[in-house]
Design a protein around this ligand. Sequence first.
Ligand code: BV8
Length: 243
Amino acid sequence: MEIPRELADALRGARAVAALTGSGVSAESGVPTFRDARSGLWERFDPEELATPEAFLRDPKLVWEWYSWRRGLVLRAEPNPAHRALAELERRVLCFTLITQNVDGLHRRAGSGNVIELHGNILRTVCSAERIPREPGGGSPPRCPHCGAPLRPDVVWFGEALPPGALEEASKAARGCEVFLCVGTSGVVYPAAGLPREAAEAGALLVEINPERTPVTSLADFVLRGRAGEALPALVAAAFSGG
Ligand code: BV8
Protein backbone atom coordinates (compact mmCIF):
# COMPACT_ATOMS: atom_id res chain seq x y z
CA MET A 1 0.00 0.00 0.00
CA GLU A 2 1.33 3.42 -1.02
CA ILE A 3 1.88 5.75 1.99
CA PRO A 4 1.94 9.50 1.24
CA ARG A 5 5.38 10.89 2.15
CA GLU A 6 3.80 13.83 3.98
CA LEU A 7 1.99 11.37 6.26
CA ALA A 8 5.10 9.25 6.89
CA ASP A 9 7.11 12.39 7.71
CA ALA A 10 4.40 13.70 10.05
CA LEU A 11 4.28 10.40 11.95
CA ARG A 12 8.08 10.21 12.24
CA GLY A 13 8.26 13.79 13.50
CA ALA A 14 5.36 13.54 15.95
CA ARG A 15 6.07 13.83 19.68
CA ALA A 16 2.61 12.52 20.61
CA VAL A 17 0.43 10.08 18.65
CA ALA A 18 -2.95 8.55 19.58
CA ALA A 19 -4.88 5.74 17.92
CA LEU A 20 -8.54 4.77 18.27
CA THR A 21 -9.24 1.19 17.25
CA GLY A 22 -12.45 -0.69 16.62
CA SER A 23 -13.22 -4.31 15.91
CA GLY A 24 -11.94 -4.00 12.32
CA VAL A 25 -8.40 -4.21 13.77
CA SER A 26 -9.16 -7.71 15.09
CA ALA A 27 -11.01 -8.88 11.95
CA GLU A 28 -7.78 -10.35 10.49
CA SER A 29 -7.31 -12.33 13.71
CA GLY A 30 -10.55 -14.12 12.94
CA VAL A 31 -12.61 -12.22 15.52
CA PRO A 32 -15.83 -11.10 13.80
CA THR A 33 -16.38 -7.34 13.82
CA PHE A 34 -18.96 -6.17 16.31
CA ARG A 35 -21.73 -5.77 13.78
CA ASP A 36 -20.77 -9.08 12.17
CA ALA A 37 -20.79 -10.87 15.52
CA ARG A 38 -23.98 -12.56 14.44
CA SER A 39 -22.60 -15.43 12.36
CA GLY A 40 -23.59 -19.05 12.83
CA LEU A 41 -26.19 -19.77 15.49
CA TRP A 42 -26.13 -16.10 16.56
CA GLU A 43 -27.22 -15.07 13.04
CA ARG A 44 -30.70 -14.01 14.13
CA PHE A 45 -29.55 -11.90 17.10
CA ASP A 46 -28.63 -8.20 16.85
CA PRO A 47 -25.40 -7.49 18.80
CA GLU A 48 -26.71 -4.06 19.74
CA GLU A 49 -29.69 -5.79 21.32
CA LEU A 50 -27.64 -8.40 23.19
CA ALA A 51 -24.98 -5.95 24.49
CA THR A 52 -27.46 -4.27 26.88
CA PRO A 53 -28.37 -4.56 30.59
CA GLU A 54 -31.98 -5.06 29.53
CA ALA A 55 -31.13 -8.16 27.48
CA PHE A 56 -29.12 -9.56 30.40
CA LEU A 57 -31.97 -8.94 32.84
CA ARG A 58 -34.47 -10.47 30.41
CA ASP A 59 -32.40 -13.53 29.50
CA PRO A 60 -29.08 -13.81 31.40
CA LYS A 61 -28.46 -17.30 30.02
CA LEU A 62 -28.74 -16.19 26.37
CA VAL A 63 -26.48 -13.16 26.88
CA TRP A 64 -23.98 -15.13 28.91
CA GLU A 65 -23.80 -17.81 26.17
CA TRP A 66 -23.28 -15.16 23.46
CA TYR A 67 -20.33 -13.81 25.41
CA SER A 68 -19.01 -17.34 26.07
CA TRP A 69 -19.07 -17.95 22.31
CA ARG A 70 -17.23 -14.65 21.65
CA ARG A 71 -14.78 -15.33 24.51
CA GLY A 72 -13.96 -18.68 22.90
CA LEU A 73 -13.22 -16.96 19.57
CA VAL A 74 -11.00 -14.41 21.31
CA LEU A 75 -9.06 -17.03 23.26
CA ARG A 76 -8.35 -18.92 20.02
CA ALA A 77 -7.32 -15.73 18.21
CA GLU A 78 -3.80 -14.40 17.83
CA PRO A 79 -2.76 -10.74 17.42
CA ASN A 80 -2.36 -9.88 13.73
CA PRO A 81 0.11 -7.52 11.95
CA ALA A 82 -2.18 -4.57 12.72
CA HIS A 83 -1.92 -5.13 16.48
CA ARG A 84 1.84 -5.67 16.18
CA ALA A 85 2.35 -2.51 14.10
CA LEU A 86 0.59 -0.47 16.81
CA ALA A 87 2.83 -2.05 19.47
CA GLU A 88 5.86 -1.11 17.30
CA LEU A 89 4.55 2.44 16.97
CA GLU A 90 4.41 2.72 20.77
CA ARG A 91 8.12 1.81 20.85
CA ARG A 92 8.97 4.42 18.20
CA VAL A 93 6.97 7.42 19.39
CA LEU A 94 7.80 9.44 22.49
CA CYS A 95 4.19 9.60 23.70
CA PHE A 96 1.76 7.02 22.28
CA THR A 97 -1.76 6.29 23.53
CA LEU A 98 -3.84 3.39 22.24
CA ILE A 99 -7.55 3.92 22.79
CA THR A 100 -9.56 0.81 21.97
CA GLN A 101 -13.26 0.06 21.76
CA ASN A 102 -12.38 -3.61 21.50
CA VAL A 103 -12.97 -5.96 24.39
CA ASP A 104 -10.72 -8.78 23.12
CA GLY A 105 -7.44 -7.88 24.87
CA LEU A 106 -5.44 -8.50 21.65
CA HIS A 107 -3.58 -5.16 21.81
CA ARG A 108 -1.95 -6.06 25.13
CA ARG A 109 -1.20 -9.58 23.86
CA ALA A 110 0.60 -7.94 20.90
CA GLY A 111 2.79 -5.95 23.32
CA SER A 112 0.96 -2.60 23.55
CA GLY A 113 1.34 -1.11 27.03
CA ASN A 114 -0.50 2.20 27.22
CA VAL A 115 -3.97 0.90 26.32
CA ILE A 116 -7.26 2.52 27.31
CA GLU A 117 -10.05 -0.10 27.09
CA LEU A 118 -13.05 2.19 26.69
CA HIS A 119 -15.54 -0.69 26.59
CA GLY A 120 -13.96 -3.11 29.06
CA ASN A 121 -12.60 -6.59 28.49
CA ILE A 122 -14.57 -9.75 27.66
CA LEU A 123 -12.00 -11.93 29.45
CA ARG A 124 -12.84 -10.35 32.82
CA THR A 125 -15.99 -11.36 34.72
CA VAL A 126 -17.71 -9.30 37.43
CA CYS A 127 -20.62 -9.68 39.82
CA SER A 128 -23.64 -8.09 38.13
CA ALA A 129 -24.76 -6.66 41.48
CA GLU A 130 -21.47 -5.18 42.64
CA ARG A 131 -19.35 -4.90 39.45
CA ILE A 132 -16.54 -6.49 41.45
CA PRO A 133 -14.23 -8.95 39.64
CA ARG A 134 -15.17 -12.57 40.31
CA GLU A 135 -13.83 -15.85 38.96
CA PRO A 136 -16.53 -17.50 36.82
CA GLY A 137 -17.54 -20.90 38.10
CA GLY A 138 -19.90 -23.26 36.26
CA GLY A 139 -23.50 -22.66 35.29
CA SER A 140 -24.93 -20.26 32.78
CA PRO A 141 -24.46 -17.60 33.94
CA PRO A 142 -22.44 -18.59 37.00
CA ARG A 143 -23.47 -16.97 40.29
CA CYS A 144 -21.43 -14.60 42.46
CA PRO A 145 -19.98 -16.73 45.32
CA HIS A 146 -20.59 -13.82 47.72
CA CYS A 147 -24.06 -12.52 46.96
CA GLY A 148 -25.53 -15.06 44.54
CA ALA A 149 -26.19 -12.51 41.78
CA PRO A 150 -25.45 -13.66 38.20
CA LEU A 151 -21.93 -12.91 36.97
CA ARG A 152 -21.52 -10.85 33.77
CA PRO A 153 -18.69 -9.97 31.39
CA ASP A 154 -16.73 -6.87 32.44
CA VAL A 155 -17.74 -4.92 29.34
CA VAL A 156 -19.65 -1.66 28.86
CA TRP A 157 -23.15 -2.31 27.51
CA PHE A 158 -25.23 0.20 25.56
CA GLY A 159 -26.72 2.66 28.03
CA GLU A 160 -23.92 2.05 30.54
CA ALA A 161 -21.23 4.53 31.52
CA LEU A 162 -17.66 3.97 30.41
CA PRO A 163 -15.09 2.96 33.05
CA PRO A 164 -14.34 5.90 35.41
CA GLY A 165 -11.68 8.16 33.94
CA ALA A 166 -11.33 6.25 30.65
CA LEU A 167 -13.02 8.83 28.45
CA GLU A 168 -11.24 11.73 30.17
CA GLU A 169 -7.88 10.02 29.57
CA ALA A 170 -8.78 9.25 25.95
CA SER A 171 -10.01 12.78 25.36
CA LYS A 172 -6.78 14.22 26.80
CA ALA A 173 -4.73 12.02 24.45
CA ALA A 174 -6.88 13.05 21.48
CA ARG A 175 -6.48 16.76 22.26
CA GLY A 176 -2.76 16.44 22.96
CA CYS A 177 -1.56 14.49 19.94
CA GLU A 178 -0.14 15.65 16.60
CA VAL A 179 -1.32 12.57 14.70
CA PHE A 180 -4.57 10.68 15.43
CA LEU A 181 -5.08 7.30 13.77
CA CYS A 182 -8.68 6.03 13.53
CA VAL A 183 -8.49 2.35 12.64
CA GLY A 184 -11.13 -0.28 11.95
CA THR A 185 -14.16 1.41 13.43
CA SER A 186 -17.51 2.28 11.89
CA GLY A 187 -17.45 5.47 13.95
CA VAL A 188 -21.05 5.24 15.15
CA VAL A 189 -20.76 4.39 18.84
CA TYR A 190 -20.49 7.36 21.20
CA PRO A 191 -18.76 8.73 23.16
CA ALA A 192 -15.78 6.92 21.48
CA ALA A 193 -16.87 8.12 18.04
CA GLY A 194 -16.46 11.73 19.16
CA LEU A 195 -12.71 11.36 19.69
CA PRO A 196 -11.56 11.70 16.04
CA ARG A 197 -13.39 15.04 15.69
CA GLU A 198 -12.02 16.17 19.05
CA ALA A 199 -8.47 15.38 17.88
CA ALA A 200 -8.95 17.12 14.53
CA GLU A 201 -10.45 20.22 16.17
CA ALA A 202 -7.46 20.37 18.50
CA GLY A 203 -5.17 20.44 15.46
CA ALA A 204 -4.14 16.81 15.06
CA LEU A 205 -3.52 15.29 11.65
CA LEU A 206 -6.42 12.82 11.35
CA VAL A 207 -5.82 9.51 9.53
CA GLU A 208 -8.52 6.92 8.84
CA ILE A 209 -7.63 3.29 8.07
CA ASN A 210 -10.67 1.31 6.94
CA PRO A 211 -11.68 -0.58 3.78
CA GLU A 212 -14.96 1.37 3.82
CA ARG A 213 -16.13 4.96 4.22
CA THR A 214 -17.37 5.97 7.66
CA PRO A 215 -18.58 9.23 9.28
CA VAL A 216 -14.90 9.90 10.08
CA THR A 217 -13.86 9.85 6.41
CA SER A 218 -15.01 13.39 5.68
CA LEU A 219 -12.98 14.70 8.64
CA ALA A 220 -9.77 12.85 7.79
CA ASP A 221 -6.64 14.51 6.37
CA PHE A 222 -5.49 11.12 5.04
CA VAL A 223 -7.50 7.98 4.30
CA LEU A 224 -5.73 4.63 3.84
CA ARG A 225 -8.55 2.69 2.17
CA GLY A 226 -7.61 -0.89 3.04
CA ARG A 227 -7.17 -3.53 5.70
CA ALA A 228 -5.47 -2.55 8.97
CA GLY A 229 -3.21 -5.63 8.74
CA GLU A 230 -1.75 -4.21 5.52
CA ALA A 231 -1.97 -0.44 6.04
CA LEU A 232 -0.54 -0.17 9.56
CA PRO A 233 2.67 -2.15 8.91
CA ALA A 234 3.14 -0.15 5.67
CA LEU A 235 2.63 3.13 7.54
CA VAL A 236 5.09 2.25 10.31
CA ALA A 237 7.67 1.02 7.76
CA ALA A 238 7.31 4.18 5.64
CA ALA A 239 7.73 6.39 8.69
CA PHE A 240 10.52 4.59 10.52
CA SER A 241 12.28 2.22 8.14
CA GLY A 242 12.42 4.35 5.04
CA GLY A 243 10.17 1.66 3.54
C1 BV8 B 1 -23.23 5.79 27.07
C2 BV8 B 1 -18.84 -3.61 24.46
C3 BV8 B 1 -24.19 7.16 28.76
C4 BV8 B 1 -19.82 -4.71 24.51
C5 BV8 B 1 -19.75 -1.82 23.08
C6 BV8 B 1 -28.10 8.21 19.79
C7 BV8 B 1 -27.09 8.99 19.26
C8 BV8 B 1 -25.81 8.95 19.76
C9 BV8 B 1 -25.51 8.11 20.82
C10 BV8 B 1 -26.51 7.34 21.33
C11 BV8 B 1 -27.79 7.38 20.83
N1 BV8 B 1 -28.53 6.49 21.53
C12 BV8 B 1 -27.76 5.91 22.46
C13 BV8 B 1 -26.54 6.43 22.35
C14 BV8 B 1 -25.39 6.10 23.16
C15 BV8 B 1 -24.79 4.76 22.74
C16 BV8 B 1 -24.45 4.76 21.27
O1 BV8 B 1 -23.49 5.36 20.85
N2 BV8 B 1 -25.29 4.07 20.47
C17 BV8 B 1 -25.03 4.02 19.04
C18 BV8 B 1 -25.33 2.63 18.50
C19 BV8 B 1 -25.91 5.07 18.37
N3 BV8 B 1 -23.59 4.66 23.52
C20 BV8 B 1 -23.63 4.08 24.73
O2 BV8 B 1 -24.62 3.57 25.20
C21 BV8 B 1 -22.36 4.17 25.53
N4 BV8 B 1 -22.67 4.61 26.87
O3 BV8 B 1 -23.46 6.61 26.21
O4 BV8 B 1 -23.51 5.97 28.40
C22 BV8 B 1 -24.18 7.15 30.23
C23 BV8 B 1 -23.42 8.09 30.92
C24 BV8 B 1 -23.45 8.11 32.30
C25 BV8 B 1 -24.20 7.15 33.01
C26 BV8 B 1 -24.92 6.17 32.31
C27 BV8 B 1 -24.93 6.17 30.92
C28 BV8 B 1 -21.71 2.81 25.67
C29 BV8 B 1 -21.27 2.32 24.31
C30 BV8 B 1 -20.46 1.03 24.48
C31 BV8 B 1 -21.28 -0.14 24.00
N5 BV8 B 1 -20.45 -1.35 24.06
N6 BV8 B 1 -18.98 -2.90 23.21
C32 BV8 B 1 -19.49 -5.80 23.53
O5 BV8 B 1 -18.50 -5.73 22.78
O6 BV8 B 1 -20.28 -6.79 23.53
S1 BV8 B 1 -19.77 -1.00 21.61
C33 BV8 B 1 -19.41 -2.02 20.33
O7 BV8 B 1 -19.43 -1.18 19.17
C34 BV8 B 1 -18.01 -2.62 20.33
O8 BV8 B 1 -17.21 -2.28 21.44
C35 BV8 B 1 -17.35 -1.97 19.13
O9 BV8 B 1 -16.04 -1.72 19.33
C36 BV8 B 1 -18.11 -0.71 19.05
C37 BV8 B 1 -17.96 0.05 17.80
O10 BV8 B 1 -18.12 -0.85 16.74
P1 BV8 B 1 -16.84 -1.03 15.80
O11 BV8 B 1 -15.67 -1.44 16.61
O12 BV8 B 1 -16.68 0.20 15.00
O13 BV8 B 1 -17.26 -2.28 14.97
P2 BV8 B 1 -18.24 -2.32 13.70
O14 BV8 B 1 -18.56 -3.75 13.47
O15 BV8 B 1 -19.34 -1.33 13.86
O16 BV8 B 1 -17.33 -1.76 12.50
C38 BV8 B 1 -16.17 -2.46 12.13
C39 BV8 B 1 -15.41 -1.55 11.19
O17 BV8 B 1 -14.19 -2.19 10.83
C40 BV8 B 1 -16.14 -1.25 9.89
O18 BV8 B 1 -16.03 0.14 9.60
C41 BV8 B 1 -15.38 -2.07 8.85
O19 BV8 B 1 -15.36 -1.42 7.58
C42 BV8 B 1 -14.00 -2.08 9.44
N7 BV8 B 1 -13.17 -3.20 9.04
C43 BV8 B 1 -13.54 -4.47 8.75
N8 BV8 B 1 -12.44 -5.22 8.46
C44 BV8 B 1 -11.36 -4.39 8.61
C45 BV8 B 1 -11.82 -3.12 8.98
N9 BV8 B 1 -10.99 -2.09 9.20
C46 BV8 B 1 -9.67 -2.31 9.03
N10 BV8 B 1 -9.15 -3.51 8.68
C47 BV8 B 1 -9.96 -4.57 8.47
N11 BV8 B 1 -9.43 -5.75 8.10
